[in-house]
Design a protein around this ligand. Structure first.
Ligand code: GUN
Length: 297
């Protein structure tokens, strides 16, 4: 059997298009563009790439992008003052502080300073709590993107057995909450889980978010399972290669012979994250203006 390849790149493009249409509608109603502010501290090259990409896609969707680049030695109090200024700015609907922060800064304190109603990353404890109790708030972009891909492929998830491998605050835990909300039976597996292959073999849905290259093998999967691979790992360069290949947490070659559907790496979950960030930012804008949020966002 050969799995259907879930085309996250195409799905993300469709979502960005819907966001673009509604962003125009928002501007007409509110008399201003929806705005996303991104704060980058220091010069981490991967973070610079992400931030540039976020800025470009925000503008392409017809929203305002505010980039704040601060030096690596920025003090905690200066960073907090910057976040407070953005909280108070009526033209800013969403605030994202790019992580990781330099070591001398306390991530938890900085994230806690962001107004929960502008926390489009969904990292604030208030939003984690809202998700846990089923209130509307903001859900972290990567797991929400995974849910959109699952819903698109599978429709109703009621009664499905789902295994989430990984328990991070950013992906594993919110992913499990979302699956539970969708009435799946959810297992969260992690590095101390006994007999992981056996646990995974029970699952109709496997979400791999551990950050270990090609860890999930074909033999672990129930035939027909839907596999969402959140991992992005770079293999060591092979002979003659400049850079190693990008691979997920799932052994794609083998797994695609057994799974019913699977996300590739790259081109699966990755492109969804920024598309959902734009979606969350536009939702924040509608809510901040007291307008109804369009149902197809
Ligand atoms: N660093 C890498 N991905 C992300 C993200 O989605 N949000 C934030 N704030 N930092 C990141």
């Amino acid at each position: 059997m050969s799995a259907e390849i879930i085309d996250g790149k195409a799905f993300a493009a469709g979502l960005r298009e819907r966001v673009g249409t509604h962003a125009g509608d928002f501007e007409a109603k509110a008399g201003r563009k929806a705005g996303l502010a991104v704060v980058l501290v220091g010069e981490d090259p991967a973070s610079q790439v992400y931030v540039r990409s976020k800025g470009k896609q925000t503008v392409a969707a017809g929203m305002a992008s505010f980039e704040h680049k601060l030096p690596a030695d920025t003090s905690q109090s200066d960073l907090i003052a910057m976040v407070e200024q953005l909280n108070a700015d009526p033209g800013v609907d969403g605030i994202l502080v790019q992580l990781p922060l330099p070591d001398h800064l306390d991530e938890h304190t900085v994230i806690s300073t962001i107004s929960p109603d502008k926390d489009v990353d969904g990292f604030h404890v208030i939003n984690a709590g809202r998700l846990a109790v089923g209130q509307s708030g903001f859900v972290p972009c990567t797991p929400l993107g995974c849910m959109m891909l699952l819903a698109d492929r599978m429709g109703d998830l009621s009664g499905k057995d789902a295994v989430v491998i990984g328990r991070s605050n950013i992906v594993g835990k919110p992913m499990a909450q979302l699956l539970l909300d969708a009435n799946a039976t959810v297992t969260i597996a992690h590095s101390r889980t006994k007999d992981l292959p056996e646990v995974v073999r029970r699952a109709d849905i496997v979400v791999a978010a551990v950050g270990r290259a090609e860890m999930v093998k074909a033999e672990w999967l129930k035939p027909g399972a839907v596999v969402i691979d959140v991992g992005i790992n770079r293999l060591p360069p092979a002979d003659g290669e400049d850079k190693g290949k990008l691979v997920g947490d799932v052994d794609f070659g083998g797994a695609s012979e057994v799974a019913g559907a699977i996300t590739p790496v790259p081109g699966g979950v990755g492109p969804m994250t920024i598309a959902v960030l734009l979606r969350n930012s536009l939702v924040a804008a509608y809510r901040n203006e007291g307008l109804d949020v369009p149902v197809d966002l």
